[in-house]
Design a protein around this ligand. Sequence first.
Ligand code: SAH
Length: 229
Amino acid sequence: MFFIFATYVYSMKDTFKHQGLRNQLVSVLQTKGVTNTEVLAAIKEIPRHLYMDASFEEYAYQDVAFPIAAEQTISQPYTVGFQSQLLEIQPGEKVLEIGTGSGYQTSVLVHLGAVVYTIERQQELYKKTSNLLPKLGYRPKHMYFGDGYKGLPDFAPFDKIIVTCGAPFLPKPLLAQLKVGGRMVIPVGDEQQMMTLITRNSPKEFDKQVIEECAFVPMLKNKNLKNFS
Ligand code: SAH
């Protein structure tokens, strides 16, 4: 029992070494164009290694995507920084995230002061991450096991929407749930995607800005879902 407890406490450790590695990561992201100071502060603060399996800790502060559970990945730090920066989050804004995954991007949004609603379609990840985030002190307002294509109509409209999986097309419900004046950042495409920024100018008018190539795991259809709420 003591051993299990000791292992658990050890595995949640954030050391000076980790903090030093995060400072280096922040410098790397700055050279790649992540310049928003609040976003960089979040990356500097959040212990990314605790969102990954302990045995892969050495990869946590390299600027790479990495496998997590259920054949999914924790997004590359640059991607997290870049998407967060594009959202231009102000504290108190209501943000919808599609693809909770490890919860790392969720934590960056929470750190930025957003009120976060997040959806994950893999039950294993949903359970694991809903358990992890409160322990790390990054609590989204709501975390759902559900289908991101549908968004969360009951809580709409959202100031900002972020999609962290590759969408084959722009899901109409997500466009409908974006506030007028709001921004949505979404990778659109099949194997390779284009990072796309949507701004809603009026109830019927959307502006679309295609920014750069990116590569995400695909946004999956409803087919494997059981016990769906
Ligand atoms: N932001 C996450 C990225 C995880 S990868 C992180 O940094 O860890 C993308 C995630 O999107 C995966 O966890 C995947 O299961 C989830 N996903 C894929 N299709 C989805 C859908 N239709 N609805 C909600 N989540 C989805």
